[in-house]
Design a protein around this ligand. Structure first.
Ligand code: FNR
Length: 390
């Protein structure tokens, strides 16, 4: 058993030590290589669904490119030999501010069809929380059972059927999830040319609907159980998915749970203020990795306005994070925690739980080593002034 590293950066010592025994890392350490590896192993439809985005994918590229417009100013002789990346979130201390963003097709990314549980096991190993999607090949209870001591969050695609929404939230509470993340930007699907070219919508093909088909309210709406009539279950799912929520719905959403409630997909400061006034516990700045609306702002450029409007509420961030240095930059711009979507999904495709663990540890090592070299030993020291706009 490898000893637990004192710093996330110690992961590189392990890699170099393995090299002395003639062993090379089994999995890539750059995003580009992960991406190429995942493309080689995933079925074409799954690859297109995961890698693709909205329109000509301008926003998707801009999300990642936005990080290159910021540089971290190096500070020397500040005693950065000891770093602390731990963060307080909703009354818990997390070892790092990294998170696994909700990804609705994890189940299709491993050969055994249980990618959701595989990712959850990586959460247990690394302490990196997973935000489990409504779309899941395994019921949320089975996913949560793999989290170990790491807190998990449940992402809700709010159905039009309010009783079903309530049932999903009740189940998430009972399964031990520590917060509910309501995604606002996907009440309808964005225009995704790669999926359109293959005429492929995984959920309409019946994939990753286990949270629906295992739900007592959902089942009660069907004449025959989903096991006997899967087509009717898919049709029911399609008819209840996608609630175009308005701010008038926020009191109802808030009333659903006493768990921390977060709204995902926010970018405009005014929306953040409304969310705050409506009693949410955190906001999640994201443009869905450029999968939903094209031609928009890189999510990173919206982050400072969101942080300012959040006025002290925790701000989660994702979209375009590809490296540990990207994580550090998002933290310096005010994010409380930073999510990745595609990077860990590619790790999952390449190596299951080990692959996700490898990606998460690589991201954390790079972030930690940047903070060491550039002299930012704590998250508190990462303030906007640490960044220079290039
Ligand atoms: C997603 N995302 C997503 N978000 C969500 O709230 N519920 C979901 O089910 C999904 N499903 C999903 C599937 C796939 C294949 C991807 C790539 C993404 C969006 C996700 O949570 C996150 O916002 C983005 O992935 C972040 O961007 P990057 O890290 O992929 O650039």
């Amino acid at each position: 058993m490898p000893s637990t590293p004192q710093h996330f950066g110690d992961f590189q010592q392990q890699i170099y030590a393995d090299g002395l025994r003639g062993e090379l890392p089994e999995l890539p350490v750059t995003f580009a290589d992960l991406e190429a590896g995942a493309e080689a192993v995933l079925p074409a439809q799954v690859w297109s669904y995961v890698a693709g985005g909205a329109g000509d994918e301008h926003t998707q590229r801009a999300n990642a490119a936005a990080f290159a417009r910021w540089g971290l100013m190096p500070r020397m002789m500040v005693g950065a030999a000891r770093r602390d990346l731990s963060v307080q979130l909703f009354g818990r201390t997390l070892p790092s501010p990294l998170m696994m963003a909700p990804v609705g097709v994890l189940g299709l990314c491993t050969r055994d069809g249980h990618g959701d549980r595989a990712a959850a096991r990586a959460a247990a190993r690394t302490g990196v929380p997973m935000i489990a999607s409504t779309f899941s090949a395994d019921p949320m209870e089975d996913v949560a059972a793999e989290f170990g001591d790491t807190p998990g969050f449940f992402q809700l695609y709010t159905p039009t059927d309010r009783e079903l929404a309530e049932s999903l939230v009740r189940r998430a509470e009972a399964a031990g999830f520590q917060g509910i993340v309501v995604t606002l930007d996907t009440w309808t699907l964005g225009w995704r040319p790669r999926d359109l070219a293959l005429a492929n919508s995984p959920q309409l093909r019946g994939h990753c609907l286990a949270n629906y088909t295992s739900d007592p309210v959902f089942r009660s709406r069907l004449r025959k159980p989903p096991e006997e009539d899967p087509a009717a279950a898919v049709a029911l799912y399609a008819s209840v998915f996608g609630n175009p929520l308005t701010w008038d719905d926020l009191p109802w959403l808030r009333s659903l749970t006493e768990l921390p409630l977060l709204l995902k997909g926010l970018g405009h400061p005014e929306d953040v203020r409304r969310a705050r006034d409506g009693g949410v516990d955190g906001v999640y700045c994201s443009n869905h990795g450029g999968r939903q609306a094209n031609g928009g702002l890189p999510a990173l450029d919206a982050l400072p306005g969101v942080v300012s409007a959040a006025d002290g509420l925790p701000v989660l961030f994702d979209s375009g994070v590809r490296t540990g240095t990207d994580v550090v930059k998002a933290l310096a711009l005010g994010a409380t925690a930073v999510g990745v979507g595609r990077p860990y999904t590619y790790g999952l495709a390449l190596g299951g739980t080990d692959g996700v663990e490898h990606v998460l540890r690589s991201l954390l090592a790079e972030a930690d080593l940047l903070m060491a070299v550039d002299g930012y030993p704590t998250l508190d020291s990462l303030v906007p002034d640490a960044l220079v706009r290039l």
